[in-house]
Design a protein around this ligand. Structure first.
Ligand SMILES: [Zn+2]
Length: 476
């Protein structure tokens, strides 16, 4: 989707092509582009001459003779393509302007979401689409107005910026980039954003948009100017599109969430989640003390849930039993769980099939438990978190670590169980090590239980401090 820098590039490339060209005729091939007003549109602009192009946010403002203005919004796929009259229209040509130099300008839009509005010099800034736009970041010198406007706004900052009414020009890509550079979590309620943070948002917006405009200007020269004026180009994006990759600071993997339905990539360590609820996962090796950590949250009165308990509950459901028996061809005369255990022991490769059924059900149960709770901290013990790729569901992941020697001592294994169990311990410990960058906190349980409890309490206090909008941001 074209964003402000792309639209700026389109403006720059399109202007020399159409400047001083007269429109001899117009074909409207898709009425919705001109809001159904095709006849009016044609007679309004026919015989006028293109004079200049300006831009407001992502709107192109094309100025013509007789004080007429064409407001053009490219939305998802809109682009202008210049062709010779002898050439065939582009595949998705929706509006075609025939010019007085033997050329034609096709407005091409495969999804037809773009719009063109007729206006004039006196009124175009008052058209409702344009009037509601806030200033561009380049026009903001003093942020106190933004702080005031967001005073009571509970919308996530990302959503607030996307509305274009606070500031205009940041779409889905550059909002992610700006919030990443500003170290602000996209779900932070707009009313929590401090004056200093607004100053950072504006500063980073100016920097990132300027760089992108520059990149657009340099890239566009490399292909035939005017043939395909979509303004698409690559800029170096540090957040958008990098889900699962390492943050450029190399201390975490980028997570991917939906913010009011918009895909959003962020770094959980650069961009700390502020405000309730905070969703917390507890992971760790076998016998590392995960339940003790969970227990501390339960004692504090917060919503807690353990995946093992969820799995027990899931296995009690007849439809789940039937589904698993059918898919895995489980047979036996014992109870469902015993039959299943026997089956997996005989067919270890079926574990993966079983997980494919169980993991989504666990995920669903955690989601619905969290959704129905008003607790500011929502905590789940999820030993299978990484295997089930559930990291993105959580704001904070706490890892409980333990030295392998102590772990084995505490398990107090009987000889006959030992070798199979050791393999499992080894596998899971490797998984834990592999995902250390995914952990936001690590507690070590090599000492007494009371120390583990004390360390957990310190994490809880830290998380609680993140619920307070007036907190000192340096301490989180
Ligand atoms: Zn980071």
């Amino acid at each position: 989707m074209p964003e402000l820098p792309e639209v700026e590039t389109v403006k720059k490339v399109l202007l020399p092509i159409i400047k001083d060209r007269k429109i001899l005729s117009i074909e409207v091939l898709r009425k919705s582009i001109v809001n159904g007003l095709d006849k009016e549109f044609i007679s309004f602009f026919k015989n006028e001459t293109f004079l200049n192009i300006t831009r407001r946010g992502k709107f192109l403002l094309i100025h013509l003779s007789n004080d007429k203005v064409l407001i053009s919004h490219l939305r998802m796929e809109g682009k202008y393509i210049e062709l010779l009259e002898s050439e065939e229209n582009t595949k998705y040509a929706r509006v075609v302007f025939h010019l007085d130099n033997g050329h034609k300008l096709c407005y091409d839009d495969s999804r037809s979401f773009g719009r063109m509005i007729m206006s004039n010099e006196k009124n175009y800034l008052k058209e409702k689409e344009i009037a509601k736009l806030g200033p561009e970041p380049f026009e903001v010198d003093d942020v106190s107005n933004l702080v005031k406007q967001c005073n009571k706004m509970s919308l996530p900052i990302k959503t607030a910026l996307l509305t274009q009414t606070l500031i205009t020009g940041l779409g889905n890509i550059y909002v992610d980039e700006v919030l990443f550079a500003s170290k602000i979590h996209p779900l932070t309620p707009a009313k929590f954003i401090t004056k200093d943070e607004w100053e950072t948002i504006i500063k980073e917006s100016k920097r990132i948009l300027t760089e992108a405009i520059k990149a657009g200007g340099s890239t566009i020269k490399s292909y035939h100017p005017g043939k395909d004026i979509s303004g698409e180009f690559q800029t170096k994006l540090l957040a958008y599109g990098r889900k699962g990759e390492k943050c450029v600071s190399r201390h975490a993997f980028m997570r991917f969430i939906a913010v009011n339905g918009r895909g959003t990539t962020y770094c959980p360590k650069c961009q700390i989640k502020l405000g309730a609820p905070i969703k917390i996962a507890i992971v760790g090796k076998i016998a590392s003390g995960k339940s003790t950590v969970l227990d501390e949250f339960t004692k504090g009165g917060y919503c807690t849930i353990s995946s093992d308990e969820i799995v027990h509950k899931i296995y009690e459901k007849i439809d789940v039993q039937n589904l698993i028996n059918k898919r895995l061809k489980v047979k036996g005369e014992k109870s469902f769980v015993d039959n299943l255990r026997d089956h997996i022991q005989k067919h270890p490769a079926d574990l993966e099939k079983l997980e494919k059924i169980v993991h989504p059900l666990v995920k669903k149960e955690i989601e619905s438990t969290f959704k129905n709770s008003k607790s500011p901290l929502l905590v789940a013990e999820v030993p299978l978190l990484f295997k089930a790729k559930m990291q993105d569901m959580f704001d904070v992941i706490i890892g409980v670590d333990i030295d392998e020697k102590i772990q084995i001592e505490r398990l107090n294994l009987r000889d006959k169980e030992k070798s199979a169990f050791l393999k499992r311990i080894n596998d899971e410990n490797n998984l834990f090590e592999e995902h250390k960058l995914d952990l936001d906190f690590i507690v070590n349980n090599n000492d007494t239980l009371s120390i583990l409890r004390k360390d957990t309490k310190a994490i809880i206090d830290k998380l609680l401090s993140r619920l307070n909008p007036l907190l000192d941001r340096t301490s989180i």
